[in-house]
Structures are given as C-alpha cells and as structure tokens.
Design a protein around this ligand. Sequence first.
Ligand SMILES: CC(C)(COP(=O)(O)OP(=O)(O)OC[C@H]1O[C@@H](n2cnc3c(N)ncnc32)[C@H](O)[C@@H]1OP(=O)(O)O)[C@@H](O)C(=O)NCCC(=O)NCCS
Length: 339
Amino acid sequence: MLANVSRNGAIGITGVGSYVPDRILTNEDLSKLVETSDEWITERTGIKERRVADPEQAASDLAVPAARQALAAAGLDPADVELVIVATVTPDMFFPSTGSLVAAELGSPDAAAYDLSAGCTGFMYAVAQAYGALAGGLARNAVVIGAETLSKIMNWHDRSTCVLFGDGAGAVVLEPVSDGGFLGFELGSDGEGGKELSIPAGGSRNPATAQTVEQELHFLRMNGREVYKFATRVLVSSAEKLLEECGLTVDDVDLYIPHQANKRIIDHAARNLGIPEEKIFINLQKYGNTSSASIPLCLAEAVAEGRLTKGTRVLMTGMGAGLTWGSAYTTWNDGQAAA
Ligand SMILES: CC(C)(COP(=O)(O)OP(=O)(O)OC[C@H]1O[C@@H](n2cnc3c(N)ncnc32)[C@H](O)[C@@H]1OP(=O)(O)O)[C@@H](O)C(=O)NCCC(=O)NCCS
C-alpha cells in the first residue's frame, strides 16, 4: 500500500506520551542469566539496557499512562476520544482486546477500540488506520498506542533473542490540524517470511498443551540472520518508495525515526538512504527493541528533547514480524488541533 495523502485535509499528531517500567535490566545483569557479555551485545546491537515490566504489569498497564500523557499534551478530554487502537504482540489476553481495556481505563466510553497485530510495524499500521478513519469521516480523533511487555514472551534461556527486546509504551493523538500533518504512507507484508519471527504455539494452528509448554513453543523465536537481511532491505526500500511517491528526497527529511531494533541495521539503512547521523533519532541503547512501542517512544523523547518542533519533517519506518514494514512522512505541527 502506497499513498500520497496530501490532497486530503491535514491530519496530524497533536500529542505524544510514553511510559516505561521502572525496572532496568543491564547487559551486565543479562550476562549472569545467559552466556553473553556487555561487549557482545553492545557491538552487535548497540543496546546497553532495557526495561522489564513487573510480574503483575500487563500491556494495558503500560498503555494507559502513555495514552493519558498524550491526551493531556493534546488537550483532549478522554471522554471525547472516538477511536483507540493498541498495536501490540503482547496483549493482556487474546480477548477482550487490550484496546477495549485501555478505553475503559481512560474513561472513553464512546470510543471504538481494538488491537492491531503487525509485529514491530504495528504502530505504523495503526497510525495509518487511524489516519484513514479520520480522513474518511469515521472519527474526529484517535489515540494510537504501541504497548509491549515482550519480557513475558522471551525465552530467558535463549541468548540470541533475550538480549534484544524490552518493555514499554508510547502513544499519540491524531486530530485534524491546520498546518503540517501526514503526507504519505507506505505499508507492506510478506507472509512467506512469517516463520522467521514468531511464537509457534498458543494459537489455533498449535493450541497450548502441556507438550507445547514443555517444548517452550510459547516464547518468541527468531532466525536473526534472515530477519537482519529483511530489515536492512525494507528500511531502505519502504522509505525510498514513500519519498518518491510524495515527490520528496532525503533532503526533505529533518528527523529520521527508524524502528529501534539494532544500531547496525539503522546505520546500514541511513547510509544507503543517504541520511546523515545528526538527523537520526536513536534511543535503543536505553530500551532495546520494544516492538510497536519503539517509534512512539522515540517521538515522545524527541519532543521532550526539543528535536521535534513545529515544522520538523519526520520520516518513520518500522519493520518486523509478519514479516511487515511501514513508513510514514509527516510535518510536525504545534500540537494544535484545527479549530
Ligand atoms: C541477533 C543478531 C544481533 C545476531 O548477530 P549476528 O552478528 O548475526 O550473530 P550470529 O547470529 O551470526 O551469531 C554469531 C555468534 O554469536 C553467538 N551469539 C548469539 N547471541 C549471542 C549473545 N547474546 N551473546 C554472545 N554470543 C551470542 C551465536 O551463537 C553465534 O555463535 P557461533 O558462531 O558459535 O554459532 C542479528 O542477527 C540481528 O540483529 N538480527 C535482527 C534481529 C532483529 O532486529 N529482530 C527484530 C526485528 S523487528
């Protein structure tokens, strides 16, 4: 899916928020759990530490404070929210949706609410869906949240995956805006590659049994090398397609926010796209790969650091399980919804 949406009325992000659990797990801590080292993890990924949810914390517990912060920043009363989408691969449970639980907790009784599963691309897909709902007149505003408790689906014996991921949530509010806003989206999927990054059991293909639990099939499994090749390829191709469709070049990008999976993947993509280091936003050293929370966590941090202000032109690209990918280009506004 590739769209230049500049003909539509402007819709943009009017508030951002984030939440991460307090507990920090450093590379040093991990080296006591599995055979690894700070040196290996830092060199291969750029990650130094990640956050880990408490046993009683589920995805909705991370999503709600992030959403409240985004709503406060947008000046939108939770009671007036019309759409809540939670992008997650670690929902509280299969159903009810985490979106419904979050809407209830926020106090948004009139909101349509659901979950969206597109792996680490979830946030980009969810933003595109919310954009479509607003542009099509289905809703006047939307809260889009990426929330993950990946620590709950980690195999803490598998050093090739447990060092990479972390927990967190980021949220944005979408509303019509008088200037700036989204200019285009590019989204895609390749289910042929789905087997490279999955949780093999627990769904209808391979329902939970004592045997599947014993075989540790309810944890995330990944073919790191294949996912690495895929990620480096689509980060570049998705961004290039989107920029071309919108009649733009990388010179029209002030801030590049790629999915925070691995510093080497990001460096490779930025080099191939021709985006200089000072335009790249990176915080994976603090959080690891937080899947669908990664891009909104960056947005919230970039706003807090003053790197994202009115007029900043932002390119975001996510990629992950599915396999999926997605990019969006937006010009930041001053957080004001159109009157
Ligand atoms: C996972 C990843 C960091 C591994 O890096 P790599 O350079 O490809 O490393 P390899 O898989 O080739 O493994 C090299 C060696 O390191 C070992 N190793 C793997 N994890 C290790 C760890 N945490 N600590 C120490 N050694 C480790 C491997 O066992 C292997 O040893 P061997 O050569 O004796 O078999 C890399 O493949 C990657 O980033 N993949 C993409 C993952 C990703 O981002 N997924 C999410 C996308 S949304």
